[in-house]
Write a protein of this length. Structure first.
Length: 468
């Protein structure tokens, strides 16, 4: 069991690529560009009127071994009068023989950020109906938040089918997201489930805005009947929790709040996620009730970032209580294809993240340091990190309900990473040198390994860097 959990931790330290869209172009960005809202040059795109075509390549040589990397693919964008935009990407993970990647594939049966296969298809059909309504239909990922990680919805997972509706009323923006996801604990018998999300953002002024988040996950069928997509959750404005109560539903509902403060070049952001709260519960009205009820499941994030012409800085802290994102019915956990939909480590953790970018005239230098304190499970135990298990199997006092839980319980493990990358953009691609150091320590085992890569790329896929 501890081997499997260690593999999950290694998987969670992988980086990924994402893109964001603006009115006139698609933007391929690495995560540093994304969180600092930086624009990038598009000279390497082949543009024909309303068609943009980009062959993609990522090739890197591992200086310390023969475990080289090769990814390639194609990206296409076309637009019609700025009303309808279509994005298409197809990538192939041709070669990745790093030991930790092989261990992940053997243990979880997935390729990080790709899924069950080494080929990855993503597409997005966007229709700007008018100034108020925009819809997107596609296969891909979404991200909610302003930080390095998101406690609401992250894009560090395999693509999934989705429909997104955005309503823009100026200061008020409202998002509806409906997704088809899968439980893959048995890769030979994938179980379909669905995810629905509401996110409301309100901008008070140029200094402050806040958001309200809610989500629900339900399985498409169970032993008694084929439920399919529950049309009750199609209501674009009603809260999910009242629907769940009215239907006496066992679905997995979560809620959250977010806020952002902008002061000159500084941006302070935070998220609060509530999965379950039973703060008034007493252990059979026992005066010696010790607290730590297993269903008090919540998470919070606080961060600050600064942008200017020469450098960017981010500091972030994430705190996730044990069993958060898990559910009584494991199939309804907040996961997709053996990957968390929020923080990739799952739960039962405290984490610090530090990012720094220094920009020269054209090249730039990235520095990233992460430090995570996490409580893992050993054989036949469940202390709250593994969100694929039922939270009703919580390790406790051998009674029906578990009390006395705390963050970091279980096999206390420290995971530190240090990543330094130098990037020099040239005409058709980026030249980069990346060094990475990974350290994991617990009472059971200690492991560490370095990487040093040199390579070229024209899209910032970074699975080599092992950054969580």
């Amino acid at each position: 069991m501890i081997k499997r959990i260690s593999i999950i931790v290694l998987f969670c330290s992988l980086s990924y690529y994402t893109y964001s869209q603006s009115k006139n172009h698609i933007r391929n960005v690495d995560y540093m560009h994304y969180i600092f809202n930086e624009d990038i040059s598009y000279e390497r795109y082949l543009s024909y009127s309303n068609l943009i075509f980009q062959p993609r390549i990522f090739a890197a040589k591992n200086i310390f071994s023969n475990n080289d990397l090769l990814y390639y693919g194609v990206h296409i964008k076309t637009t019609t009068n700025n009303k309808i935009n279509f994005y298409f990407s197809y990538d192939i993970a041709e070669k990745n023989d790093l030991i930790h990647i092989i261990n992940i594939k053997d243990s979880l049966a997935i390729i990080p950020s790709f899924g069950l296969e080494k080929n990855r298809l993503t597409y997005n059909l966007e229709w700007n109906i008018n100034k108020i309504f925009t819809t997107q239909l596609g296969l891909g990922n979404q991200f909610i938040g302003e930080g390095y990680h998101s406690l609401f919805l992250s894009s560090k997972n395999s693509p999934y089918n989705f429909l997104k509706i955005k309503t823009d009323l100026g200061r008020i923006k409202y998002y509806n997201l409906y997704s088809e996801i899968f439980d893959a604990r048995n890769i030979f018998d994938l179980k379909k489930k669905f995810l629905a999300i509401h996110y409301l953002s309100f901008k008070f002024n140029k200094f402050f805005d806040f958001g309200v988040f809610e989500s629900v996950v339900w399985q498409a069928d169970n032993l008694s009947y084929n439920r399919g997509f529950d049309i009750s959750y199609l209501n674009p404005i009603i809260f999910y929790r009242p629907v769940e109560f009215s239907k006496n539903s066992p679905d997995n509902v979560m809620m959250g709040l977010a806020s952002n403060i902008h002061i000159k070049n500084f941006h302070i952001y935070n998220q609060l996620l509530i999965d379950d709260l039973n703060i008034s519960r007493q252990k059979d009205a026992d005066s010696e009730y010790e607290g730590g009820f297993f269903q008090n499941k919540f998470a919070y994030q606080i961060g600050i970032k600064k942008n200017n012409k020469k450098n960017n800085i981010l500091l972030e802290y994430n705190h996730i209580q044990p069993y958060t994102y898990a559910h009584k019915e494991p199939m309804q956990s907040y996961t997709h294809l053996n990957q968390s939909l929020a923080h990739p480590f799952g739960a039962n953790l405290k984490e610090f993240v530090f990012l720094f970018r220094y920009k020269f005239k054209e090249p730039y230098l990235d520095f990233k340091l992460t430090s995570t304190r996490i409580g893992l499970d050993s054989a036949d135990t469940h202390y709250g990190q593994n969100i694929f298990l039922s939270d009703f199997l919580a390790q406790g006092d051998n009674s029906l309900y578990s009390y006395g839980n705390y963050n970091g319980q279980g096999v206390f493990t420290t995971v530190n990473t240090l990543n330094i990358e130098f990037v020099y953009p040239i005409k058709y691609f980026d030249f980069f040198i990346n060094s990475y150091y990974y350290y994991q320590s617990s009472d059971i085992k200690t492991s560490e390994f370095p990487y040093l890569f040199i390579g070229i790329r024209n899209f910032p896929l970074s699975t080599f860097s092992l950054t969580n």
